[in-house]
Ligand binder design. Sequence first.
Ligand SMILES: [Cu+2]
Length: 475
Amino acid sequence: MVSRRHFLGGAGVTAAAVSASAVSKVAMAALPEPVIQTRPDTMPPLEPPDGRPYRPVVTLNGWTLPWRMRDGVKEFHLVAEPVVREMAPGFKAHLWGYNGQSPGPTIEVVEGDRVRLFVTNRLGELTSIHWHGQRLPNGMDGVTGLNQPGIPPGKTFVYEFEARRPGTFMYHPHADEMVQMAMGMMGFWVTHPKAPHPLIDEVDRDFCFLLASYDIDPGSATPKIMTMLDFNLWAWNSRIFPGIDPLVVRHMDKVRIRVGNLTMTNHPIHLHGHEFLVTGTDGGPTPLATRRYEVTEDVAVGQMRQLEFLADEEGDWAFHCHKSHHTMNAMGHDVPTMIGVDHSGVARQITKLIPDYMVMGERGMKDMTEMEMPLPDNTAPMMAGQGPFGAVGMGGMFSVVKVRRDQKPGDYGDPGWYKHPPGTVAYEWTGALPEPARSDAGGGVSMPALARAPTGEVEVRVRKPGSGSGGHAGH
Ligand SMILES: [Cu+2]
């Protein structure tokens, strides 16, 4: 075992030999040792020890794969294998990934670099790696059966090509499609420009992460790979809020955030407090004439987007997917809507039989964020982020961009919660209130309102849990 601590500052990275049964000693002599990551934390950027210099990216709750320079070629060793990924504190998932984690490590190279990637398969079935978005020889494109035979279990294949254009890419298998990506096999790839580029700005902080979704029943650990739409865990780099680290920046930093989508639906990624430009896609840097300011950018399936902004507003700014179901964790699903249903009478009856019975959800679901519900072991909290003012009613694809004046350049450490200047936080009004204006329009002339329901009893049918009418598919 050779420690690689010098690469990542003691970040829990170790080198592990491939088992002798998988690869012969002769073959091993030519292979770079695979570097394995054991922690799900955001690792410091990997400053390039050799080759052309560049400003490295920071992978949210992830890390960058060190390489070996041999005869001018950057050699990487990826190991496809089952992993245990902590998706949030107290919740571990049994996924497939690379080098100890899902997603796999970020690969960073420079435009014009010759890259050799050894891929060892420690899964029980064939795999391959497709280098999404790259210009490369057809036989290196990684589609099993079309461009190459699948990599059999226990074998190592070599991919080699030149990183021809700078930009934001990803890698994933093209083998047993539905299973391998649903199990978490994916990783990020960044190719930095070799010289100042008219469409690629230098930035102070450069973050990246992949969007992923899983369907893991409460109390279990393995994703249901047959799920097509109704996922219950919406993740950034296989982490769910409150398990996603904040993106910490210094006030007036120029910030780039690279996002890739390997889920089965689109994600409108929304930043509070700032406007950003979309400066790149997997097709490369966007032409200047196409750039416009946005606060939400939809990232469709199989796409990459680069968002850039000047962090000129101090504070703790929410950063999340704008699909509201994607900022929820597993327990928020498949429960009936009880809002507005007064079932206190029913509750009194039930309490005679079950003393601990709780009325839930009739004022909304927020109560459940503060309630310590008895959950099965290994279950993600439904929505359990705690902010300085109480529970943050969100989970899943949610994090915080923390902009601080006193953050040191290059320091990604969490500065804690923002301390608001006096008089700048929304507050309770205790004075006299004017009557609020209310619309009493019953509909315009083109669409007259329906006659109001006659006064009298309104019949309400309460939907019972477990009645099979989930009403939740397709989001
Ligand atoms: Cu989403």
